[in-house]
Write a protein that binds this ligand. Structure first.
Ligand code: MTE
Ligand code: MO
Length: 375
């Protein structure tokens, strides 16, 4: 059984598939702390978890343009200046179960918790690539490819790539991480080394990193070419031509209500209920406002409290947790019970908007656009 050496997992993680293991934590727990505890961080594995021995671990580096090659041990990687960032990683399939209510889509049925926020420490990719002779303005490479040590039955590794601009950007904060929240990265999350590409879709944050290839080409792995792409609603699995759409990199803005849960019965206090959730945008765009509606989108109010990490300002790689109290239901009396109607569908700024928006999120980039239009 290729799944004979899987790590132990926290009982609170709710699996959507066991082999490979995929699971998300209970949604209200996500809103409890700005930093998601390691054992509650969602797990998205496409293949069995490799059993990697840190002492004999090697990372291969190859620049296809200069033919420069290198091998780094974990010790070598630790010698680089240690860089720590707080970054959210989200699976592109987060909230797919809600999408499925609109139109059936293929893929794991994720709820709203295929997302987590952690501090990651490791070597900056740009520092490591510099020692391979790859520097901004001095290379004709267009992509940096990553391969995992997890392999399919045909021995093909998990793979992905990112644009060279992101990889070499000294403010891009791409790191070869060996710590997650101050501890060695747990096996499910890439032990001993994973690449963290902040602001970019989870799929490019390759775990159990085995090889880095600097290239003129994107990764030819299945997950870069024939998965993790966006299409119009009329395209379905039989008609899809994956060549027609670019690989997803930066994700658009998203948000979700973590509490109360859909259909929860909640106590109304002085005509109001407490609502908590997260909001995040790819590309490091800071969340500047979250609006909530409790009357189906007729009226909106800004949330009172936003909490986020601002240490990498102006980039915001980590999510924003928000809390607010909203007035509910016509005739809701103090102490009475009310059924909360909340859908929390995101407002996409880069893609077409779907269905009724009950939660509005504004990022800095969006605000700028609005300000520009008003001038
Ligand atoms: N890296 C490898 N080697 N194998 C994988 O299956 N899954 C990717 C990415 N990196 C994957 C991988 C996907 S689709 C996501 S969403 C994230 O890892 C999930 O990271 P996590 O399990 O640490 O939450
Ligand atoms: Mo993913």
């Amino acid at each position: 059984d290729p799944y004979g050496k899987e790590p132990r997992r926290h009982v609170a993680l709710k699996p959507s598939s066991r082999k490979p293991f995929n699971a998300e934590p209970p949604l209200p727990l996500l809103a409890d702390s700005l930093i998601t505890p390691n054992e509650l961080f969602y797990v998205r594995n496409h293949l069995p978890v490799p059993d990697v021995d840190a002492a004999s671990y090697e990372l291969e580096l190859n620049d296809e343009l200069s033919n420069n090659e290198k091998t780094l041990t974990l010790q070598d990687i630790r010698k680089y200046p240690k860089h720590t960032i707080t970054a959210t990683i989200m699976c592109a399939g987060n909230r797919r179960s809600e999408m499925t209510k609109v139109k059936g889509v293929k893929g794991l049925s994720w709820g709203q918790a295929a997302i987590g926020n952690a501090t990651w420490s490791g070597a900056r990719l740009c520092d490591v690539l510099k020692d391979l002779g790859v520097e901004d303005g001095k290379t004709d490479a267009l992509h940096v490819q990553f391969e995992g040590l997890d392999t399919d039955p045909a021995s093909m590794p998990y793979g992905a790539s990112i644009p060279i601009e992101k990889a070499l950007d000294s403010h891009g904060d791409v790191i070869l991480a060996y710590e997650m929240n101050g501890e060695p990265i747990p096996r499910d999350h890439g032990y001993p080394v994973r690449v963290v590409v902040p602001g970019v879709v989870g799929a490019r944050n390759v775990k159990w990193l085995g090889r880095i290839i600097v290239s003129k080409n994107e990764s030819d792995a299945h997950w870069q070419q024939n998965d993790y792409k966006g299409f119009a609603p009329n395209v379905d699995w039989d008609t899809v031509d994956f060549k027609k759409s670019p690989a997803i990199q930066e994700l658009p803005v998203i948000s979700a209500v973590c509490e109360p849960l859909e259909g929860d019965q909640v106590k109304v206090k002085e005509g109001k209920i407490k609502v908590r959730g997260y909001a995040w945008s790819g590309g490091g765009r800071k969340i500047v406002r979250v609006d909530v509606s409790s009357d189906g989108g007729r009226t909106w109010q800004a949330t009172d409290t936003l909490e986020s990490d601002s240490s990498r300002h102006p980039h915001a790689w980590g999510w924003t947790l928000w809390t607010t109290e909203v007035p509910v239901g016509k005739g809701a009396k103090p102490g009475s019970e009310s059924n909360v109607d909340k859908k929390g569908v995101e407002e996409d700024k880069e893609q077409l908007c779907r269905t009724n928006v009950e939660l509005k999120v504004e990022t800095e980039a969006l605000k700028q656009e609005v300000d520009d239009k008003q001038q």
